[in-house]
Design a protein around this ligand. Structure first.
Ligand SMILES: Nc1ncnc2c1ncn2[C@@H]1O[C@H](COP(=O)(O)OP(=O)(O)OP(=O)(O)O)[C@@H](O)[C@H]1O
Length: 389
């Protein structure tokens, strides 16, 4: 199994060739996998049922690849055009071999079944999921910006933007926890922004069902992938919750710690504690640090951050009414429809001056694959097109 050349590798080659050698960039056809007609269904298919149904080839042919969005730790995300619906989607393509090698079959199926179950204005809902012979496909609507890219471009956010993003995330977390779901990977990279700049929480790859009051013990989250991230993404990493790092038990309160880290970073432009190389060092660092609150952080926000980044999970803020009466949220209506009506000026202003436009093109003679971590597919194709002229 390990020696099979992944269809995705072929795709990278195809895409790289297109980007560098075509004058007009035509959408590339999505890799077609042969129709599956055997009976009984072979194990490499049945293992992934029913979350990933088989599809006739006809269904796949209606999708065209427009570009590469990102390479996550599990799969590659492609931007595709659904010719029938005339709409653009993002498809995460995960090699089955990887799922089995990493023993993540259950988690992979759980990701899809959780995303299918939830429906919330600030959650990125599942469009479709299916399987081919060698890959699993997870399709969602396409978002051109994520919070990490925005934050990397602008640094610290103005207080009004932090408040709006915070309120939207509070609503999402309360909704998920009420549904008995713990996300376990709340971080900027997993928060996409819709065309009006509002949040769409994504990547339920580490989520699990955990009823209120129940406890989990698995050490997971971004730190688990730190070695890989250090090599590929310059060492950026979120900070894990003290109770998660210590091996548990932990509950839904772990997500609220992550929200604290995220809001601290949005407000100050930096993480509260530097990333460490392993769980043990990270735990020591998180336990002994009293994250220094810069004087520029307004008092009410500083109070909120302290109450979220509270070492004792029992004392951490975690219920909607905690936030509704909090001084930082004075005057905020915790209603998704009302929040969605608020303009997100920061996003609108940044969209026209994307950092990518100032990227030096002369230094482009490098691996495209390493670039997709920081650039959107659109920009990648634009850069390639400019190089050709
Ligand atoms: N619908 C989408 N529209 C635009 N970009 C997306 C979409 N879904 C995912 N991405 C981008 O692809 C990246 C990787 O996706 P995702 O997090 O789902 O994959 P992953 O393999 O689980 O990654 P990791 O575990 O490393 O976070 C995201 O951080 C985001 O930048």
């Amino acid at each position: 199994m390990g020696t099979i050349r992944s269809g995705l590798e072929e795709l990278w080659e195809l895409q790289r060739h297109q980007c560098l050698h075509q004058k007009t960039l035509q959408p590339a056809p999505l890799l077609l996998e042969k129709p599956l007609s055997e009976w009984p269904v072979p194990q490499f298919i049945s293992l992934f049922l029913p979350e990933f149904p088989m599809r006739p080839v006809r269904g796949q042919q209606e999708l065209k690849i427009l570009g590469l969005v990102a390479k996550g730790s599990f799969g590659t995300v492609l931007k595709v055009l659904d010719c029938a619906q005339k709409a653009v989607f993002a498809v995460k393509v995960v090699p089955k071999v990887k799922v089995l090698q990493r023993d993540t079959l259950r988690q992979c199926k759980e990701e899809v079944s959780i995303q299918r179950q939830i429906s919330h204005p600030f959650v990125h809902s599942l469009g479709d999921s299916w399987q081919g012979r060698r890959h699993l496909f997870i399709m969602c609507s396409y978002c051109s910006m994520d919070l990490y890219t925005l934050w990397s471009a602008v640094g610290g956010f103005p207080e009004a933007s932090v408040r709006l993003f915070a309120a939207e995330l509070v609503l999402v977390l309360c909704y998920l926890h009420d549904m008995g779901i713990i996300h376990r990977d709340i971080k900027m990279e997993n928060i996409l922004l819709d065309e009006r700049g509002h949040l769409k929480l994504t990547d339920f790859g580490l989520s699990r069902r955990l009823s209120q009051g129940a406890r989990a013990y698995t050490i997971c989250g971004t730190l688990q992938y730190m070695g890989e991230r250090e090599a590929t993404a310059g060492g950026e990493v979120d900070l894990e919750t003290p109770e998660v790092l210590s091996g548990g038990p932990y509950t839904h309160t772990a997500d609220w710690w992550s929200l604290g880290v995220l809001l601290f970073s949005l407000a100050t432009g930096k993480f509260p504690v530097a990333a460490e190389r392993d769980h043990v060092t990270m735990l020591a660092s998180v336990t002994h640090c009293e994250s220094e609150m810069p004087a520029s952080v307004p008092q009410e926000l500083s109070l909120l951050l302290h109450e979220l980044l509270c070492q004792n999970p029992l004392h951490r803020l975690r219920y909607l009414h905690h936030f509704q009466v909090h001084p930082f949220f004075r005057g905020v209506a915790f209603d998704p429809e009302l929040l969605k009506k608020q303009p997100v000026n920061l996003v609108m202003e940044t969209q026209d001056s994307s950092p990518l436009e100032s990227m030096p093109f002369e230094d482009f003679d490098c691996d495209l694959e390493s670039l997709v971590h920081s650039v959107s597919a659109d920009s990648l194709l634009q850069i390639a097109a400019q190089l050709e002229t």
